[in-house]
Ligand binder design. Sequence first.
Ligand code: ADP
Ligand code: MG
Length: 444
Amino acid sequence: APSPDWVPGPDPARALAEVRALFADVHGGEPTGVWAAPGRVNLVGEHVDYAGGTSLPLALPHRTLVALRPRDDGRVRVVSAWAPDEPWEGALADVRPVRHPDEDRDEDRDEHEDRDEGEDRDEGEDRDEGEEGDRSVQGWPAYPAGVLWALGQPDDPGWDVPGADLAIASDVPVGAGLSSSAALTCSTALAVSDVLGHGDDDATRSVLVDACVRAENDVAGAATGGMDQQASLRCRAGHLLLLDSADGTVEHVPFSLEEHGLVLLVVDTRATHELTDGQYAARRADCARAAGLLGVEHLARAARGTSVEEVLERLHAAGADERVVRRARHVLTEEERTHALVELLRADRPQDVGPLLDGSHASLRDDHEVSSVELDVVTEAARGAGALGARMTGGGFGGSAIALVRTGDVDAVARAVTTASADAGHPRPQLVAVTAAQGAERVA
Ligand code: ADP
Ligand code: MG
């Protein structure tokens, strides 16, 4: 049987040396500073941020570092150790938004309720091609360039953003559902904020969150709901971030598994499926439709003061089709699970949250239909080998799962998910045990 593949732990000193060397190599001299922002995993509260729901992410010890030095000629030059042969240089004034992927799709969705995967595929490909051609910045540089653009938008926040030289290095696995994109945008945003002397309070962090969301959605053309950026910018070490997406308020919930003999394992399936953005936009549209039929702004809050069953009955009565009802059921039950999980943590009972994690996975798989066969295989294998609970995390359609595991069962679970993936003919997953780390900060 294949042996488990453990992701190397983060190495902050190495990453700092790497980003400094890259900066000196490409731009010459020293950056003004270096800023770091983490990837994240979400413990529970998935696919609810765009429905005004509650999420519970934690920051990873894995971070993206941005070295930055302002320029006075309005130009932007970026290079990343992740794609050293694809640097980008351009005028900040030439960075433009693309049309939001959701806007193209929301309208025609209602007319094609029962389209199958094949039809989705064709449309997704057309859409992607059209959009790529539209972009003022192609590929990964759209993320950092988009942040500079967003922070300079006259409507909000209207900062006087200078051109800049940037170099990037990262320990965050890219495209694994651990939010390397938010780690990149958030470290860039904090760097800009700091060199502009904006201070570092909660209000400023919220401005940065919004700018990063806008950069991803509007310039990189990647649909994102805000949870990732909130987590990367606002998490605290040793805590989960209890995030209410309806109003952006947060609470910091103490989270330390070690004293309970528990480990949070992240399993990157290394399976990526195309069309994630199209599917994501479709889920968003379904939830927006349910909210519209109910006449509420935030679908996730609709069962407050009543019950999930009652809300679903009202949806039926309002003429919602079966698929929209299932999407709503995911959001509403996920909201219940998240609050139940927080209560267990506050009662110092982390060992009892497993069934809520399992329930979240089942709901995401069956009602929201955002899991994948790889995610189903690893979560089932983890449970079979003694994990207390396991679920997909992040947007789904591949990416990563999490498993809550007793310290003594870690090896067995790691072997089980590796073997099960091999038996199913899937890629060998990558594993990492994570702790709740600090959000974005200046490191040099
Ligand atoms: P995730 O955020 O889950 O890792 P995404 O698809 O949202 O996956 O974001 C991955 C994209 O973000 C990459 O394809 C790349 O464009 C950009 N990106 C992330 N990290 C880096 C990095 N260190 N250097 C350059 N680009 C990065
Ligand atoms: Mg991302």
